[in-house]
Ligand binder design. Structure first.
Ligand code: NDP
Length: 494
């Protein structure tokens, strides 16, 4: 493969955003963001500290009344203005997203654009966010009203794999529900976070209502999670981090969007071309860095050989390249630990009897050594790491099965349940799988990697707590308060 000559461009200096001002860390320390695509430093950020996080919480607490008292129409207008600001710079933001993440530019453009309906959907839901009113059951003249109340101050912590979509599910939404927010983005991809904050700033969100502190999860993240004046956490990331957060957070309201180990089951009556296309899409889009990647492919023995042959042909046509090049289908792996995990899972599978039928190695001659071929591994077995630990890279491990029961048992065994999929022409089989698979989402004749702006999103078991998207995010970032009103005892004249 020819060595790419593309450059990432000069490194820029970014700041944190606290109380409506762009600020340095109190200690003055910084960290560099290195592009996995070019190996160059593309941005320098303040390395926030415990004190910076504490200060952000203080200003957020002070600003919370401002947003809670703001009429819904005004909050909605802020949401719309933020999306207008995003729309103005989609291309520029997408370039930075590709450089810091490694995904092809066309995927970044889709991602930045996706932030817009993600926010607008909630703006519309906010306008129609009703709650029940009911006459009392056990007393006369008493009415119960239910009100949505903000939680107060919300800390949102996000990972690096979708630097636009994931914060756009939390940060603005928590504000729309009347909360003040402190946002801690992933340290690998803070450029996109800084751009989102620029949009929030230009949209005129009042100072202190949304703040961003950059810096290590082990210091900034834990400070926010443990802080007694933070009322809730919206976290997306690894299951192990989610468990740590649950232990530290006490009684804060938690929304945890965690890892997946999504199985894609292909039955013998499946439409073969569509199944192969969905395998490739769900395994290699975003370099496989997706909570809803097809992490495990279960193929019925009757069609196994045909599926593998066709998938290998499809995979070998993919161009691994620099993310800003037009013909690139897949960019580099985002970071070294993830690449090493991919290599460990492939080696483990081969040691236990699997066969690499496409890829299985790094791409040479690229600007960094993080480029890895899209990889298909056949003859996988349940005792392999592929079946027990999220790989989070560009791999398609194939497991053969003969009965639906067997596939469902393997699918449920690791106790992850974010999104699961089955391809079949048989409605009865599809419905049986939908009932028996233990997962927040079941996709029929679709890849595991499927979602929309409005369906309740979240995991069973090790994949998380709570639901987001559409009105579910508003519910996640609010409390219900009951007001009991005795009309009979009211001193009104009769
Ligand atoms: P991590 O859990 O490592 O990090 C996520 C965020 O948490 C980062 O901002 C990180 O900061 C911060 N953090 C790290 N340690 C702590 C801590 N102890 N307390 C508080 N915050 C902390 O996840 P990854 O970034 O590796 O993301 C990949 C994971 O996210 C995968 O498992 C994937 O499945 C999951 N995910 C789930 C989704 C869902 O909808 N369920 C969607 C997308 C991804 P820093 O970067 O500084 O380390």
């Amino acid at each position: 493969m020819a060595k790419s000559t593309r450059k990432a461009g000069a490194a820029r200096r970014f700041k944190m955003y606290i109380e409506g001002k762009w600020v340095e860390s109190e200690r003055g320390e910084t960290f560099d963001v290195v592009s996995p695509a070019s190996g160059e430093v593309i941005g320098t950020f303040p390395k926030g500290t415990r004190e910076d996080a504490n200060r952000a919480v203080e200003v957020a607490v002070a600003a919370q009344e401002t947003i809670a008292r703001m009429p819904i129409a005004e909050r909605a207008r802020l949401g719309v203005r933020i999306t207008e600001e995003i729309r103005r710079y989609v291309k520029e933001y997408a370039v930075d997203c590709s450089l810091e993440h490694g995904k092809p530019l066309r995927e970044s453009i889709i991602e930045v654009e996706d932030a817009i309906p993600n926010i607008l959907w909630q703006v519309e839901d906010l306008k129609r966010w009703d709650s029940p009113t009911q006459e009392a059951y056990s007393k006369p003249d008493v009415i119960y009203m239910t009100l949505h109340e903000p939680l107060g101050t919300v800390a949102t912590i996000t990972p690096w794999n979708f630097p636009w979509v994931l914060p756009s599910e939390f940060v603005v939404q928590a504000m729309l529900a009347g909360n003040s927010v402190i946002y801690k983005p992933a340290s690998n991809t803070p450029l996109s976070a800084a751009h989102l904050m620029e949009c929030i700033d230009r949209a005129g969100v009042p100072p202190g209502v949304i703040n961003m502190v950059t810096g290590p999860g082990g210091e900034v993240g834990t400070t926010l999670v443990e802080h007694p004046l933070v009322d809730a956490i919206g976290f997306t990331g690894e299951t192990t981090t989610g468990i740590d957060i649950a232990k530290r957070a006490g009684l804060k309201k938690l929304t945890l969007e965690l890892g997946g180990l999504g199985p894609l089951i292909i039955m013998d009556d499946a439409k073969l071309d569509a199944a192969v296309e969905d395998i490739a899409f769900g395994c290699f889009t975003n370099t496989g860095h997706c909570c809803v990647a097809n992490e495990r492919i279960f193929v019925h023995e009757e069609i196994h050989d045909r599926v593998v042959k066709s998938l290998v042909e499809r995979t070998k046509k993919m161009k691994v390249g620099f993310p800003l090049d037009n013909d690139t289908d897949m960019g580099p792996v985002n970071n070294r630990p993830t690449l090493e995990k991919v290599e460990e899972h492939v080696a483990d599978a081969v040691r236990k009897g699997a066969t690499v039928v496409a890829g299985g190695k790094r791409v040479s001659g690229m600007p960094t050594d993080l480029y890895y071929y899209p990889t298909v591994i056949d003859d996988c077995a349940p005792d392999m790491l592929f079946n027990t630990v999220e790989t989070f890279g560009p791999t398609a491990p194939i497991f053969e099965f003969s009965k639906l029961d067997e596939a469902i048992e393997m699918a449920n065994a690791p106790r992850y349940g974010l999104s699961m999929a089955i391809h079949t022409a048989n409605l009865r089989v599809a419905f049986e799988a939908a009932k028996r698979l233990k997962s927040g989402q079941i996709c029929i004749n679709e890849p595991v990697y499927s979602w929309d702006y409005f369906n309740p999103w979240g995991g069973f078991r090790n994949s998380g707590l709570g639901r987001i998207a559409g009105r579910w995010t508003l519910d996640a970032f609010s409390e219900l308060k009951t007001v009991m009103f005795n009309v009979g005892r009211s001193p009104w004249p009769r």
